[in-house]
Design a binder for this molecule. Structure first.
Ligand SMILES: Cc1cc2nc3c(=O)[nH]c(=O)nc-3n(C[C@H](O)[C@H](O)[C@H](O)COP(=O)(O)OP(=O)(O)OC[C@H]3O[C@@H](n4cnc5c(N)ncnc54)[C@H](O)[C@@H]3O)c2cc1C
Length: 307
C-alpha cells in the first residue's frame, strides 16, 4: 500500500514536526520526567493510552499508523528536538499511531496534565506545541489511514451512521466498501463475518464490533470514558453545541472544574454547517466542524477538568 501523504503534511511540515532549540528543551524539562528506551521498544502503541508527549533528547523514533490492515505505514522518523504526540495526548485518549525506538533513545515524557500546565505557563512555546498537535490530527484525518476501520457496503445506512459519528467526533477513520475493496474482503474472511451482519468496525485496539451503536463505538475508541463518581464538579453543562461549549470554556477559564455532556457528539447543529460566515474572527468563513473542534481544545488547555 502506498503511504498516504496528507496535503497538510506536504504544505506545513515545519510547523507539524518542529525541531525545538536547546533553550526550548530546557524550558520543557521541568514539565516531564526523563526516560530511556532500548532499541525496538514500543514507546506508544495505537489503541492504548500513551504516557504523554515524548520530547526526544537523543536517538530516533519511528512513527507509523496502522489503520488495522496490513503492515504499519510510516509517517515520519523523529530525532533530537522533535516530540512524539498529537491531540490525543492532551486528554489521555488512546493513541492513533505507533512509536518505536529506532536505536537507544533518551527522552522527557510530559504527561497530559503537565502538558496543559506547559500550555499555560510557557505561552509562546505552548502555542507552537499546540499548533503541531492540531496539525498532526488534521494530517491523520486527511490521510485516513489511522483510527477505526468501518467495513460494509457503500451507501449502507449503518455505514453512513457510523462514519457520520466518527467524522462529527473529529476521529480519523477509514471506510472500506465490502463489495469492491480487496482488504475488506480479506478482513471479512479472516474474521468469518456473515455478509448479512455487516457493517463491522475494527478498532485500533484490535477489538472487532458488529454494527455497533454510537455509545459502544465511542467507548471502544476512547471518546467515552467512565465518569469518576467520587469527583464533584463545580459546573455540569448538558449539551455540547456552541452555547454549551462556550459556557464550558468560560467556566474553565475562571478555574471552575467543568464537565460537558452530550447525548450525540460535540458541535451541535453548528457541527453540521458547511460554512459559517457570520462568526467573529473568521472573515472568510469556516466550516461548522472546524469551528466547533477548536472549542474542546481551548477548554482542555484552560482547565484541569476532564472532558
Ligand atoms: C446546517 C446548519 C447551518 C447553520 N449555519 C449557521 C450559520 O452560518 N450561522 C449561524 O449563526 N448559525 C447557523 N446555524 C444555526 C446554529 O448552528 C445554531 O444556532 C447553534 O448551533 C445553536 O447552538 P446551541 O448550542 O444553542 O444548540 P445546538 O447546536 O442545538 O446544540 C445542542 C446540543 O445539545 C445536545 N442535547 C440535546 N438534548 C440533550 C440531552 N437531553 N442530553 C444531552 N445532550 C443533549 C445535542 O446533541 C446538541 O449537541 C446553522 C444550523 C444548521 C443546522
Amino acid at each position: 500500500m502506498a503511504p498516504s501523504v496528507s496535503p497538510t503534511i506536504a504544505a506545513r511540515r515545519d510547523q507539524m514536526f518542529p525541531v525545538l532549540a536547546d533553550a526550548d528543551i530546557e524550558r520543557m524539562r521541568r514539565f516531564g520526567v526523563r526516560r530511556a528506551y532500548a532499541a525496538g521498544d514500543h514507546i506508544v502503541t495505537a489503541g492504548t493510552v500513551s504516557p504523554g508527549v515524548i520530547l526526544i533528547l537523543s536517538g530516533k523514533v519511528d512513527i507509523t499508523q496502522a489503520g488495522g490492515i496490513g503492515r504499519p505505514e510510516p509517517i515520519i522518523t523523529y530525532g533530537p528536538g522533535n516530540f512524539v504526540g498529537e491531540l490525543a495526548q492532551l486528554s489521555n485518549r488512546p493513541s492513533l499511531v505507533n512509536a518505536e525506538a529506532n536505536g537507544p533513545v533518551e527522552a522527557i515524557v510530559i504527561p497530559s496534565q503537565r502538558l496543559r500546565d506547559l500550555m499555560v505557563q510557557e505561552a509562546n512555546l505552548g502555542e507552537r506545541v499546540m499548533r503541531a498537535l492540531i496539525l498532526r490530527r488534521v494530517g491523520l484525518l486527511e490521510s485516513g489511514a489511522s483510527g477505526p476501520v468501518v467495513i460494509g457496503p457503500r451507501g449502507n445506512g449503518d455505514v453512513l451512521r457510523l462514519e457520520s459519528f466518527l467524522r462529527r467526533s473529529g476521529l480519523p477513520h477509514r471506510a472500506l466498501d465490502s463489495d469492491t475493496d480487496p482488504c475488506a474482503k480479506t478482513l471479512i474472511e479472516r474474521f468469518h463475518v456473515d455478509p448479512h451482519h455487516l457493517p463491522i468496525v475494527l478498532c485500533p485496539n484490535g477489538k472487532l464490533m458488529h454494527n455497533p451503536g454510537e455509545t459502544e463505538l465511542a467507548r471502544c475508541t476512547g471518546l467515552l470514558r467512565p465518569i469518576d463518581a467520587e469527583k464533584v464538579y463545580d459546573v455540569a453543562i448538558v449539551g455540547a453545541g456552541p452555547a454549551g461549549l462556550a459556557a464550558a470554556v468560560y467556566a474553565a477559564s475562571e478555574g471552575l472544574s467543568t464537565i460537558v455532556l452530550d447525548c450525540r457528539a460535540f458541535g451541535g447543529q453548528a457541527g453540521a454547517s458547511a460554512r459559517i460566515e457570520n462568526y467573529l474572527g473568521f472573515p472568510t468563513g469556516i466550516t461548522g466542524m472546524a469551528l466547533m473542534a477548536r472549542a474542546p481544545i481551548t477548554r482542555r488547555r484552560n482547565s484541569a477538568s476532564r472532558w
